[in-house]
Design a protein around this ligand. Structure first.
Ligand code: DAH
Length: 339
């Protein structure tokens, strides 16, 4: 029996040392130590032994069991350790790898310049007002001295919600809305989106932005208009910027003008950018038409005012030398991150 026990021990140790998984190890444990295992079989047969032999074999059997148990436990620990080591190896982090860049958003160039305009005009005492993009025909046309059938409507075709409601074609309706609510003195700018039925190309978009300006008070003259807008142009484009006013026609101002600034590329000499003119047009303006004042219950015999409308896209394009307006709306980061 002694030999049998020693044989079991060396077999068990041999098998424990060669297992590769928990399942195999468990199988070895059942095989030697289980209820029907080999060692148990030996112990069962001990009844046949003599009284002298029994304690000796019994002690040996216990030692063998203890050794096998120990070996199994050690194998188990080794295996767990190997698993952890393997996992750590697999999940190793290379701390020298460059991190992932977190992209930080930035202001859209249209907004950057719009806020410059806010600074310039609020610095001159203007306040900022906003009005609806879905507007009554009355405010967009009628109250601005553009009756139904007026040819000016042709150049400002838009989306009609119904006969009386349109997507506004200009921010000028804010002149009327402001004068209805507020009594002079008035100094306000009104930025916002406007809509026209125009096909998209490098210089046209059915949606674009304007900034309207309105000043109404006693004794306002064309001199105030020219002075204010010249200061604006110099603040925006630099002190060496020259301006010129060309007579023009708008139904809601009289007299009306367009203001040009000296070309920032050639400074007035004439170049391809300004088409040889030396100047580039940036806004429309004029003295508020007496009819418009009257319509808002402001007496044109007592009060006078001037108004102007700036195309935001146009001045931003000039500022940054952008030659295609579609770039503003495409949200291409290669474009937007340049500003
Ligand atoms: N609303 C005009 C347009 O969209 C621009 C304009 C011209 C606005 C003269 C004005 C102004 O306030 O006085 O073409």
């Amino acid at each position: 029996m002694k030999e049998q026990l020693n044989q079991i021990l060396s077999q068990a140790l041999g098998q424990v040392s060669s297992v590769t998984s928990q399942q195999e190890l468990e199988a070895v444990r059942v095989k030697f130590l289980g209820k029907k295992g080999e060692l148990t079989g030996i112990l069962r047969g001990m009844g046949k032994l003599s009284a002298e032999e029994r304690p000796v074999i019994g002690q040996l059997a216990n030692e063998v069991r203890a050794q096998i148990e120990q070996a199994i436990e050690k194998a188990q620990q080794d295996m767990a350790q190997r698993l952890i080591a393997a996992k750590l190896e697999k999940e190793q982090i290379d701390v020298t790898m460059p991190g992932q860049k977190v992209l930080l958003g930035k202001q859209h160039p249209l907004n950057t310049v719009l806020h410059e305009l806010y600074d310039i005009f609020t610095g001159m005492g203007f306040s900022i007002a906003e009005g609806p993009e879905v507007e009554y025909d009355y405010y967009n046309f009628e109250a601005l001295n553009i009756p139904k059938n007026h040819p000016a409507r042709d150049t400002q075709d838009t989306f009609y919600i119904n006969d009386n409601i349109v997507l506004r074609t200009q921010t000028s309706p804010m002149q009327v809305r402001t004068m209805e609510k507020q009594r002079p003195p008035i100094r306000v700018i009104a930025p916002g989106r406007v809509y026209r039925s125009d096909a998209v190309d490098a210089t046209h978009s059915p949606v674009f932005h304007q900034i309207e300006g309105l000043v109404v008070d006693k004794g306002i003259t064309m001199g105030d208009l020219k002075g204010t807008l010249e200061v604006f142009a110099k603040r925006l484009y630099g002190e060496d910027t020259g301006v010129r006013f060309r007579p023009h026609h708008f139904p809601f101002t009289e007299p009306s003008a367009e203001m040009d600034v000296t070309c920032f590329k050639c400074h007035g000499k004439g170049c391809p950018l300004c088409k040889g003119e030396g100047y580039i047009e940036i806004l429309g303006c004029g003295m508020v038409h007496p009819k418009v004042l009257l319509g808002c219950d402001i007496d044109p015999e007592v009060y006078s005012g001037f108004a102007f409308g700036i195309g935001l896209e146009r001045i931003v394009m000039q500022r940054y030398k952008i030659d295609d307006l579609r770039l503003f709306y495409e949200n291409d980061l290669r474009f937007l991150t340049q500003f």
